[in-house]
Design a protein around this ligand. Structure first.
Ligand code: UCC
Length: 554
């Protein structure tokens, strides 16, 4: 009989992996716990079903039709069949609405993001419009603009597929997506209203009904202080785009089901949100929410890659044994599992703080921590997602590199995570901005100390020492580099990643102790020990001297 390799099969992602369930058992109020577990089990089954559908739907990509048969400009974008399903599923399962459910209190965000972690990876990055919708809802609610809130919040937060709308977030112009201060879109008064003129170079999920975008009101100064935030309703009552043309869809490495478009705005009606020179500040609630989604998307994709690689290792026989029984292959998988576990605990702590913040339940120290943790979780998990999914497809050998196995999509989709919503370097600088406000560095130090203080087990002593040493090094780097901006900026990524990995290790130690105390076994402790060996302190010994080497190399 000729040999044919069985493809990897996906197990229920909530049932298969204990760490999410254990974390929720630790942090979700007991009265909510059983119901949440039941929901996540069901979503896990749905996730398996939709993974199969996404493989079958692989070749369907969004199509832009600019003209109809009679010569009318229509700019219609047809999304994939799975995306049409995803829209309805997202509404029905409240993938946005749950985060705002008052009956769940501050834990609402934990419920919401647990559901996103389990179901999101099977929805072909439909999490992109959902993240922006969530960010827009938060920004509208924070704006206090009653008229816009009354018009849009019931739609953005609806659980009815026929009622729910999604929102885009248009920040990137040809001048760039990082330095938005040089945005060229102009806002002109038109009677009592405003119209926008300009181009938007990357607009994700252009099929959304509304978008939040930046523009410079005519006469405002240059720079980011001259920008204002506007809300755009894309179509009129007949479904026609309002002063918007779709120039083309982007041909991207990954996220290929997401219709990302270049737009021209030519008199697009828009309503300002907040003060006319405070656009960047007004959009920061959106950035915090979408960056949290990004971290959770990273966790979900890592799990997906690992689940497939693990299943493959239990089916694939080579050199006389299953791969899972090969010491080197098992060692590789174990290191990846530790990375995933650390990323999950850091990202869910950011989620938890978001929920507490939205309910006014943060202490001043936690508020500082939350500001720093959002960029740190986003940048750290984004890098881990690329590394882990890359290894995961390598674990599947040549099959991992062949498109019609579906496996390469995991890596291709993960590759966007360190880019959109702020690159690793932009978020490292944002981390410095957060730490520079005062209080945040102390809050990070206290968080790590609290976590490590709870980890009493002798088996956690070694990872605890690694975390303590990395934290000390990060603090001494900050103290020494504070007065030299070039050194500080050059070392910002190493610092941010070191803080991210130190926090992850400390959460692993704390969680491991809780698992030991509650009879859940030593798996989390093993993750802590393995994570400590994967490298935590990335600062290096000589950042100042490295500047000279940088000049020679770069
Ligand atoms: O990629 C994009 C869309 C992709 C689709 C979304 C998918 C989501 C999917 C997730 C899951 C699948 S949109 C483009 C991405 N671009 C960005 O994210 C922007 C990157 N650039 C930055 O983050 C920059 O740091 C800026 C634009 C935020 C800052 O630029 P400026 O012009 O230098 O502004 P300032 O002066 O530094 O900041 C203005 C104010 C300050 O407050 P005050 O005036 O009180 O001092 C800052 O402290 O805003 C405050 N601020 C913040 N506050 C700045 N950043 C933040 C922040 N992150 N949180 C709170």
């Amino acid at each position: 009989m000729a040999f044919f390799q069985e493809p990897p099969r996906l197990a229920n992602p909530f049932v298969e992996d204990p760490i999410l369930g254990d974390f929720l058992a630790r942090e979700v109020p007991a009265s909510q716990h059983d119901g949440l577990v039941q929901t996540l089990r069901e979503l896990g089954e749905l996730s398996v079903e939709y993974y199969g559908k996404s493989l079958a739907d692989r070749a369907n990509e969004p199509v832009l039709t600019q003209w109809d048969a009679w010569g009318n400009r229509v700019d219609h974008i047809e999304v994939s069949p799975l995306w049409r399903d995803a829209q309805a599923l997202a509404a029905r399962h409240g993938l946005v609405a749950t985060g705002y459910d008052p009956s769940l209190g501050p834990a609402a965000r934990l419920h919401q993001f647990a559901a996103v972690t389990v179901l999101g990876p099977s929805l072909d990055v439909y999490s992109c419009p959902l993240a922006m919708t969530d960010g827009a809802a938060r920004t509208l609610a924070d704006s206090g603009n009653r008229e816009l809130m009354d018009r849009y919040l019931p739609r953005l937060l609806s659980r009815d597929p026929l009622t729910m709308w999604t929102s885009g977030q248009w920040m990137t112009e040809r001048t760039g997506g990082s330095d938005v201060s040089i945005s060229e879109t102009v806002a002109r008064r038109d009677g009592d209203g405003w119209r926008l003129f300009g181009t938007k170079w990357f607009t994700s999920a252009t099929t959304s009904q509304i978008a939040l975008t930046l523009a410079r009101p005519e006469g405002n100064p240059e720079g980011s202080r001259g920008l204002a935030l506007f809300c755009v309703e894309l179509r009129d009552e007949n479904g026609r785009l309002r002063g918007i043309t779709v120039n083309r869809l982007k041909d991207k490495l990954g996220t290929r089901k997401v219709p990302t478009a270049e737009l021209t705005l030519d008199g697009t009606p828009a309503v300002p949100l907040g003060a006319l020179g405070e656009g960047v500040r007004a959009i920061t609630p959106m950035l915090s929410v979408t960056r949290t989604w990004n971290a959770i998307a990273a966790v979900g994709l890592m799990r997906r890659g690992l689940s497939l690689a693990r299943d493959f290792a239990r089916r694939r026989r080579a050199f006389g044994a299953l791969l899972i029984d090969k010491p080197l292959h098992a060692d590789t998988l174990a290191s990846l599992e530790a990375e995933y576990a650390g990323a999950l605990l850091l990202s869910f702590r950011a989620v938890q703080l978001l929920g507490l913040a939205e309910h006014g339940a943060l202490s001043p120290e936690e508020a500082h921590l939350a500001r720093a943790l959002t960029p740190i979780a986003k940048l750290t998990s984004g890098k881990q997602a690329v590394a882990v999914t890359s290894e995961a497809i390598e674990c599947c050998g040549g099959a991992g590199y062949v498109e019609d196995t579906g496996l390469p999509r995991v890596l291709a989709d993960a590759q966007v995570l360190p880019i959109w919503e702020g690159t690793t370097n932009v978020l490292s600088v944002d981390t410095l901005r957060a730490l520079g406000k005062g209080g945040a560095l102390d809050a990070v130090r206290a968080e790590v100390a609290t976590n490590l203080g709870l980890a009493r087990d002798a088996g956690l002593a070694a990872p605890r020492r690694v975390a303590e040493a990395a934290l000390e090094h990060a603090l001494s780097f900050c103290a020494h580099a504070m007065g030299t901006p070039v050194t500080l900026e050059a070392g910002a990524r190493r610092l941010a990643l070191t803080l991210g990995r130190t926090l992850e290790l400390s959460y692993l130690c704390r969680h491991a102790q809780w698992c030991l105390d509650t009879g859940r076994g030593g798996r989390a402790a093993a993750a802590a020990r393995r994570f400590a060996h994967n490298g935590v302190d990335l600062i290096g010994e000589r950042v100042a001297q490295d500047l000279e080497d940088t000049r020679l190399l770069a």
